[in-house]
Ligand binder design. Sequence first.
Ligand code: ADP
Length: 498
Amino acid sequence: MTTPLTCRNYIAGQWVNAASRSTLESRNPADRRELVATFPRSAAIDVDTAVAAARKAYRTWRLLPAPARAEYVFRVGELLQKYKEELAQLMSREMGKSLTEARGDVQEGIDCAFYNAGEGRRLFGQTTPSEMPNKFAMTVRTPVGVCALITPWNFPIAIPCWKALPALVCGNTVVFKPAEDTPACATKLIEIFVEAGLPEGVINLVHGVGEEVGKALVEHPDVDLVSFTGSSETGAFVASTCGQTHKRVCLEMGGKNAQIVMEDADLELALDGAVWGAFGTTGQRCTATSRLILHRDIKEKFTAMLKERTNKLRLGAGTDPKTDIGPVINERQLQRVSQYLDIAREEGAKVLIGGEIVTEAELEHGYFFEPTILDEVTPEMRVAREEIFGPVVAIIAVNSFEEAIAILNNTPYGLSSSIYTRDINRAFVAMRDIEAGITYINGPTIGAEVHLPFGGVKQTGNGHREAGTAALDVFTEWKTVYVDFSGSLQRAQIDNRS
Ligand code: ADP
């Protein structure tokens, strides 16, 4: 086994312990006997120092020209490339996803770095004619200030990169609070930012428990913006606290994503999509396919195909190249998935395959749950409406395209969605009528690319998007500038009217 890492906070250009010196452990979810890292259990006092460092650094960082800021981000991209394999191995050990997926996670960070580095030479505003003579009008993007970034464990490199890299290019400084399940990945990521040469205080890392250090950050009076990805429950707390303290807030929360398979679909293609969408990352993506809405004409056939394919999936440690499905993240999540199975049975769903915590000897030290297909699910059942975040997919049968869309929309969430059909008219109606931030036609619900907006409607988000140029709208304020070179007072709406 590899020697455990000793992670520290990174504040004002120094690696430091929590003021209390108290620590926590990060263990391998595929084998909890393996200690991956210890990390500081920080408190409000550590948050205070980090926010002060970020505030101080903001005074000069915001004045560095954006193309120069972008050069640091570019270097982060190059270093992520250099350490890709090392990061992927660590990620797989720390949070359980397969190595192939872990490499994809790091690659998303790399893509994000190069995309945002380019943005340093764009950050376009607008110029527009003034209604008055001899007057010039334009808009420029200005930074927001000190940004608190609170992230989950399921994409431990990609999600922090999605937030930190545009934040930095836009001229903000950062206090990053990673999930308690992935402190080692977060530390390695910050080591890369340090190696890229970022000036002191521009990025700060504070480890710890959400209810302690996350809460302190959200409540901190000198934080200007909170960008949060996590559960809807925590998101509600973050939003209301930011409302009371007048902070900008960007939220990415739960999903209950569905894939529709119509009777005219290419079933093999839809099957590939369903298996990847439902069981990729052990179903622990916010965009995971947790409902399969099947037209009755193909339901029986497709369900049999899905069952056969799911049966072949191999459970194991993410670091084992033969593994298709890794563990779930921790004991709490294992119990939560298991409880949803009890709920499913009580509500009358049929467990077609899976449904149990794995007890096999070679996996007994990890948090493994069998890949599970629930059949005969109806739209009002809790398993059809609530996010489970595990390797569980619910099948709902429908009689028509209209019913499929109505059921897809019948959840409080609206992140990702998918429809498999060969009918171009249905595809376009789906693009128009599905209530979700992301819709895939003939592709699974997962697979976001970094240059397109990412986020959801309804209870998934609060109107913002990450990635692409949409991220710039989160991390900048618009400033409107008028330059009057007429030499006299010109009153808009008055002096140019008779
Ligand atoms: P998950 O179910 O993914 O663990 P959470 O919403 O609990 O979702 O966690 C997402 C992130 O939010 C983590 O970094 C966690 O530490 C943090 N967090 C949890 N509770 C709070 C809170 N009350 N205030 C701020 N951040 C929190």
